[in-house]
Design a binder for this molecule. Structure first.
Ligand SMILES: *[C@@H]1O[C@H](CO)[C@@H](O)[C@H](O)[C@H]1NC(C)=O
Ligand SMILES: *[C@@H]1O[C@H](CO)[C@@H](O)[C@H](O)[C@H]1NC(C)=O
Ligand SMILES: *[C@@H]1O[C@H](CO)[C@@H](O)[C@H](O)[C@H]1NC(C)=O
Ligand SMILES: *[C@@H]1O[C@H](CO)[C@@H](O)[C@H](O)[C@H]1NC(C)=O
Ligand SMILES: *[C@@H]1O[C@H](CO)[C@@H](O)[C@H](O)[C@H]1NC(C)=O
Ligand SMILES: *[C@@H]1O[C@H](CO)[C@@H](O)[C@H](O)[C@H]1NC(C)=O
Length: 504
């Protein structure tokens, strides 16, 4: 076991001869500058930055952004001070740069210097902006214009940018709607945003963003923002303005008629029943259910022989106007057969069918049942399939969503028939269903899907392969260094043994 001791002694002596004689190279280490939660030092704040030398005799100095040496006078606002800190070889000097009562002008690149060695460090000092005399909520009447004002104070001087829904408001692209201006007064710069000829859609949040950028250092900046809510006052507006809405119900069914107008401020509602031509009966407010947010007023009526075809009127009022909407209670009947079904357009895997009625649509529609077949229909190719063929055919259903209706003005609707084969002729017929029943089948039509469009199949880039080879390469690296290290130990051990032989 004696040789273990010899090895240790030998390795230590080897270390002393190799490293002991060589002087440690001069070096400088500057700790990175951090500011806590912010990206900058607040004006008036205090900061120390230490620059460590690796040698006792190294002469170190701090140079300020103007190129002057920072003096070692503790009384001044910015000074440097020497400390000795523990290091690899005893104690080494560290020169600590201290900035007190920081000013925006202190921003810049400070250099820790020792002979030819230079280490740069950036100091960023900002007086973060705050908003003054800025209103968080503003109201204005429709058709008018309004100017939102936003004033931010801080140093460097803030620049104001306006945002709406996350996008910058640019008055060059939209000069009919917006005007962006900056005004200078004793308080500083004021950002102004004028919104021209207000519409209900202009209601919402406008964000005023203040950006402060240092004149001295690019990455020294700060942004903060302030939200201004604009409320545009406008009279109640109903969807589909003056159209009378049909409300379908079965006999003795209780049915809710919902009246909801958009408006600001929120409208108040009144419900009426039309008696004869010019006489209205007003419902008591107790008979009207108002939604929690006050935007919907629901009237519940019982549908029966005395109420079918009854017209009801809802009136919505606010300070800016009055709007009315009529509803007619209709007896729910099963749908009528469509007058016409034709093809609106065709793709390789889908057909869009245009379903039309010539008469008024006085029934609700909940779904379309479609039958389609490619089966040959006997000798005469263009003869429609027989009932037996239809029974074997494919069937699918297209449901209308809750609340979706067929616009009586268009007199029809476009519905999709999907998952078809390309360049194939189909016989198609459909019928319409609702809660009460179904219509009879429409006249069959013969339609073809279009040819498959050529899609360029993208060839996969061999990314995964290169990743694998990267991996194996790094593994090779690992193996290489492992071998290298093991080899080193072997050589050292061999030399030791050899040396011990010599000593003996
Ligand atoms: C350090 O800053 C000085 C002055 O700003 C500049 O000239 C020099 O290139 C910088 N050196 C490094 C290593 O960034
Ligand atoms: C301002 O409003 C936007 C969107 O409404 C929101 O994401 C953001 O957090 C708000 N900012 C402030 C400072 O309240
Ligand atoms: C809506 O109806 C009112 C009266 O009921 C009428 O004065 C007005 O012109 C109509 N508006 C539209 C867009 O049809
Ligand atoms: C219809 O219903 C109302 C309310 O339930 C009732 O007063 C009226 O007598 C009914 N009329 C008929 C014809 O059933
Ligand atoms: C066909 O019409 C439907 C419904 O309007 C539409 O969604 C689809 O994109 C149209 N297809 C083509 C190829 O025009
Ligand atoms: C649907 O067909 C009808 C009748 O041919 C036609 O008047 C209407 O314009 C068509 N609708 C569309 C959206 O093409």
């Amino acid at each position: 076991m004696k040789w273990v001791f010899y090895v240790i002694v030998f390795v230590y002596m080897l270390y002393r001869t190799v490293y002991g004689l060589k002087p440690v190279e001069n070096n400088l280490i500057v700790e990175p500058v951090t500011y806590g939660d912010d990206d900058f030092l607040k004006v008036g704040g205090h900061k120390t930055i230490s620059c460590k030398a690796s040698n006792r005799n190294q002469k170190v100095e701090w140079i300020d952004p103007n190129g002057h040496t920072v003096k070692r006078i503790p009384g001044s606002r910015i000074f440097s001070q020497e400390h000795f800190v523990p290091s690899m070889r005893g104690r080494a000097p560290a020169l600590v740069l201290t900035v007190t009562r920081a000013e925006v002008e202190d921003t810049g690149v400070y250099q820790c210097k020792s002979g030819d060695l230079v280490k740069n460090v950036t100091l960023c000092v900002i007086a973060p902006s705050y908003f003054v005399d800025t209103m968080p909520e503003v109201s204005a009447d429709f058709f008018r214009s309004i100017t939102l004002s936003c004033q931010a104070k801080g140093e460097p001087e803030p620049k104001i940018t306006w945002y709406r829904n996350g996008e910058v408001i640019n008055d060059e692209d939209n000069s009919e709607k917006y005007k962006v201006m900056t005004k200078y007064n004793i308080q500083g710069f004021e950002g102004l945003l004028t919104i021209i000829s207000l519409e209900p859609e202009d209601s919402g949040v406008y964000t005023c963003q203040s950006t402060q950028e240092s004149l001295y250092v690019e990455e020294c900046s700060h942004t903060s923002s302030f939200n201004i809510t604009l409320n545009v006052n406008y009279p109640p507006i109903f969807e589909h303005r003056n159209k009378t809405q049909a409300v379908y119900a079965k006999n003795n069914q209780e049915v809710d008629i919902v009246c909801s107008a958009s408006s600001y401020p929120i409208a108040t509602y009144r419900w009426f029943k039309e008696m004869t031509d010019d006489v209205l009966y007003e419902f008591d407010q107790k008979q009207i259910k108002l939604s929690e947010d006050g935007t919907k007023a629901t009237l519940t009526v019982v549908a029966n022989q005395s109420t079918f075809w009854q017209r009801y009127k809802c009136q919505a009022t606010n300070d800016y106007g009055v709007s009315e909407k009529y509803f007619t209670l209709m007896k729910m009947e099963k749908p009528k057969r469509p007058s016409e079904v034709n093809v609106f357009n065709a793709t390789s895997d889908a057909l869009y069918l245009n379903v039309t009625w010539y008469d008024d649509i006085q029934f609700p529609v909940s779904a379309f049942q479609i039958q389609y077949t490619t089966e040959e229909t006997g000798k005469k190719k263009f003869l429609p399939p027989r009932e037996a063929t239809w029974r074997r055919s494919k069937q699918t259903e297209v449901n209308l969503e809750e609340g979706e209706t067929i616009d009586p003005e268009l007199g029809g609707i476009i519905i999709p028939l999907e998952e078809l084969e390309a360049e194939t002729a189909y016989w198609i017929r459909l019928r319409v269903t609702n809660e009460v029943g179904e219509s009879i089948w429409s006249d069959p039509i013969l339609v073809s899907t279009s040819a498959e469009s050529e899609e360029t199949t993208t060839t996969e880039a061999p990314e995964s392969e290169s990743e694998v080879s990267d991996d194996s390469e790094s593994m090779n690296d690992g193996t290489f260094y492992g071998l290298f290290f093991a080899g080193g130990i072997f050589i050292v051990a061999f030399v030791c043994v050899f040396a011990m032989r010599l000593v003996k």
